[in-house]
Design a protein around this ligand. Structure first.
Ligand SMILES: NC(=O)c1ccc[n+]([C@@H]2O[C@H](COP(=O)([O-])OP(=O)(O)OC[C@H]3O[C@@H](n4cnc5c(N)ncnc54)[C@H](OP(=O)(O)O)[C@@H]3O)[C@@H](O)[C@H]2O)c1
Length: 310
């Protein structure tokens, strides 16, 4: 049984391996919510209790699947639901909006889709250009005081935006891109998190699958991944080679490379939990195993040397 950890200073107790739920809507868009629900309920039955979603994931479909599944299984208690808002879908495309009125409405709409009275953690998904960040966070603080959300997060904010967002000390969690291939958050953001008691949740922890054993130099890259920087020809070849070098550590623990990668993140001071995206029940079950690995200082050094900070 894995011990739960507190997410920063939020009072929320979570299993350190969460579920990134941006895929659970994909397989069933054409049919129904059964598939995504199965991924989620399998995760919960096996101890996972930290779910990361957003309105943006399927325009509310991921949230709806989570709401429906938790309701049907009567399993909302003990589950920490995090969601995000900022995207406004219009006839002219997507507009980002952090205005207090928009965020207040976004929280109400997410509560309905999630079929719950309170969202454990609500993030501003992306910064907009116009709203002062302390005003946006002030709106979330009022929603917290009203009991609609339990804690406050932001995602994809620059360092200056983070400082402005936290000027009244209301920020609990920051979510941003971080993985072995791009460790740049360690330079400026991690020290800020530690100074301000803010927890850091990395997204793309598996670099969209590249930090697993599924890729070899011969793998044909899917159209979706082709656009991502880490899948460009030379870069891809270089990373496949480096990832292979983690096999020795994985064998020592009798696990797979992605377990070592996830376990490494949990050694970083501001990270309490990770949210790998899972496409199916096998992936979600496999990822949970990473929580029981305790890397030694020597293993950590080897990993840092293989994937150095730029
Ligand atoms: N705040 C933001 O702006 C933002 C942006 C992106 C993501 N996120 C959040 O972060 C979460 C994680 O990001 P992500 O899902 O995009 O990327 P990720 O976690 O780096 O990669 C997920 C992919 O890795 C592969 N994978 C996962 N578990 C595996 C396993 N056990 N064995 C082999 N392959 C495995 C799967 O690839 P295949 O699909 O190829 O099978 C899966 O789709 C998301 O679900 C979302 O909740 C937030």
């Amino acid at each position: 049984m894995i011990e739960k950890v507190e997410l920063g200073k939020t009072g929320l107790n979570i299993h350190p391996i969460g579920l990134g739920a941006n895929k659970i809507d994909e397989e069933n868009k054409k049919t129904n919510t059964e598939y995504g629900g199965k991924v989620l309920s399998t995760a919960i039955e096996n101890g996972l209790n930290f779910i990361d979603t957003a309105y943006y994931y399927g325009k509310g479909v991921s949230e709806e699947i989570i709401g429906k599944t938790l309701k049907e299984n009567n399993s909302r208690d003990g589950i920490v639901i995090t969601t995000k808002g900022a995207h406004k879908f219009t006839n002219d495309g997507i507009i980002l909006d952090n205005s207090p009125a928009f965020l207040t409405n976004a929280v109400d709409e997410s509560l309905k889709r999630l079929q719950t009275d309170v969202i454990d953690l609500f993030y501003i998904h992306f910064p907009d250009e116009n709203t002062p960040k302390y005003e946006a966070i002030g709106a979330l603080q009022r929603l917290k005081e009203a009991g609609k959300i339990r804690s406050i997060g932001v995602s994809n904010f620059s360092m200056d935006q983070l400082k402005e967002a936290n000027q009244d000390g209301y920020l609990n969690v920051v979510q941003a891109n971080y993985n072995l291939i791009d460790r740049s958050a360690e330079k400026e953001i991690f020290p800020f998190m530690l100074e301000n008691d803010i927890s850091f949740v990395p997204y793309y922890p598996l670099a969209s699958g590249l930090l697993t054993e599924k890729y070899t130099k011969e793998t044909v890259i899917s159209d979706k991944n082709k656009a991502r920087p880490q899948f460009q020809d030379d870069v891809f070849m270089k990373h496949v080679e480096k990832v292979k070098n983690l096999r020795g550590i994985a064998e020592k623990y009798d696990v797979k490379i992605h377990h070592i990668v996830l376990a490494f993140y949990l050694t970083r001071a501001p990270i309490d939990a990770v949210i790998p995206g899972a496409r199916n029940t096998d992936q979600v079950l496999s990822n949970l195993k990473a929580a029981s690995i305790q890397l030694t200082p020597k293993d950590i050094q080897i990993i840092e040397d293989l994937f150095p900070l730029d």
